[in-house]
Design a binder for this molecule. Structure first.
Ligand code: ATP
Ligand code: MG
Length: 395
């Protein structure tokens, strides 16, 4: 018996003229995820993508990969049968027996997109229902709240039989929303922010600011691990590691202590935009947004006044998907996406290097701009960009 995966599209199904672009991207992303697992046939018809292995492969692993592809509303593992009703019944009995044996009630749902199939949907339901009642003495029919729903889909190529339906990762296929640069620390928030924007279709690159020797190699490894955890949901992620120590020393020496936090953030944005410009000029990406894990009021650099000062050096839109979320909500998402356990390992972040005791929570933009006149900003940015290391991180 052949087992396949039936994938139901989410929001994509609502797209108008662009729908096929979204579908093609989704299929491309699924292929990318499965490419090391074997050979598969892909079919796309009636809002369902069918993934059929053409050789022996571990369907549990295939299922796990598919569960983390954005753009999928739900999916099912299904048995494929020839379009002959006796064969369909035999496959249904065989494929679903483990599940049906432990259920008390069931119902059958049928969909017949191939209208040439001799039985109509209500007949399929009635005859399959009777067959399963005869085969499984533990079962009775309950059309309102059954323990099991036996689904039969008669499609152009074949018939498919399944019972369980799982929620997919949702969102839109990665890449449909363009390219974005995630500012990632080793904390809890930024990986969640990256996941949320990848879910809306952004293809991510990531920047991390490290300050050796004030921050350790271990802290960098931890951030790399977080990025690799995000790769379960995305593709591989291009990673930029900025050596920020020299720049921070200059800020520490030449700027008022209570403005350091906000100046550091503004310089992070400037350096990020310089790296983005360089990446875009190479022609393989077009990064048009910055993503951060800020949440309003969480710390001094995330007040409204501080955000205004940060944004004034940003020419690109800054996406802050966590802006209205409580820490507890962010933590439960971090647990769900599998980054939390890594995020809570101890580490030093460059933001905590030289942190003032009392950072200003309502910095005035003119004060900040005046303070920055003490720095040779352009030269420092150039130096930091030059020292940036670039590599790919995979799952
Ligand atoms: P996180 O949990 O993501 O570290 P946080 O609560 O510690 O966030 P901040 O330290 O103020 O908050 O950082 C706010 C945002 O700035 C982070 O979510 C991240 O997007 C970015 N950021 C902070 N530190 C770094 C860093 N070392 N490298 C890259 N981005 C950073
Ligand atoms: Mg942090």
């Amino acid at each position: 018996m052949n087992e396949v995966i039936l994938i139901k599209e989410g929001e994509i199904a609502l797209k108008g003229l662009n729908r096929s672009d979204f579908e093609n991207r989704l299929i491309k992303n699924i292929k990318q995820k499965l490419k090391l697992l074997g050979n598969f046939r892909y079919e796309n018809a009636q809002s369902t993508i069918t993934v059929e292995p053409l050789e022996e492969c571990d369907m549990d692993v295939v299922e796990k990969k598919i569960s983390a592809v954005f753009g999928i509303a739900s999916y099912s593992r299904a048995a494929k049968a020839p379009k002959n009703f006796d064969k369909i019944k035999a496959v249904a009995k065989n494929y679903l027996q483990d599940h049906l044996k432990i259920c008390k009630t069931f119902k059958v749902e049928a969909r017949r997109s191939d209208k040439s199939f001799p039985l109509k949907s209500p007949q399929i339901c009635a005859e399959m229902g009777q067959f399963l009642l005869d085969e499984f003495s533990n079962l009775r029919v309950d059309v309102n709240e059954p323990d099991a729903v036996v689904k039969i889909e008669i499609r152009d190529q074949a018939a498919y039989i399944y019972s369980k339906k799982f929620s997919g990762a949702g969102g839109l296929p990665q890449g449909c929303g363009g390219d974005g640069m995630l500012l990632i620390s080793g904390g809890i928030d930024s990986p969640v922010a990256g996941w949320m924007m990848a879910k809306r279709g952004l293809k991510l690159q990531a920047i991390h600011f490290a300050s050796p020797p004030y921050t350790s190699e271990r802290a960098l490894k931890k951030t790399e691990k977080l990025v690799s955890k995000l790769c379960r949901w995305c593709d591989c992620i291009p990673f930029h590691c900025v050596d920020f120590a020299g720049f921070q020393e200059e800020i520490h020496k030449k700027c008022p202590k209570d403005l350091m936090t906000i100046i550091v953030r503004r310089m992070m944005m400037k350096i990020s935009q310089s790296i983005i410009k360089d990446q875009n000029s190479r022609g393989y990406c077009n990064i048009q947004a910055i993503v951060t894990g800020e949440s309003l009021g969480q710390v001094a650099s995330q007040t409204l006044g501080a955000t205004l000062c940060t944004n004034s050096v940003c020419s690109l839109p800054v996406f802050r998907p966590l802006i209205g979320m409580d820490k507890s909500e962010i933590v439960s998402l971090a647990r769900k996406i599998g980054t939390f356990e890594t995020s809570i390992l101890p580490y030093e972040d460059c933001c905590t290097v030289f942190t003032p005791k009392h950072p200003r929570t309502k910095p005035r933009l003119s004060d900040v701009e005046n303070a920055e006149k003490n720095l040779e900003v352009e030269k420092l940015i150039k130096e930091a960009v030059k020292k940036t290391k670039f590599y790919l991180i995979r799952e």
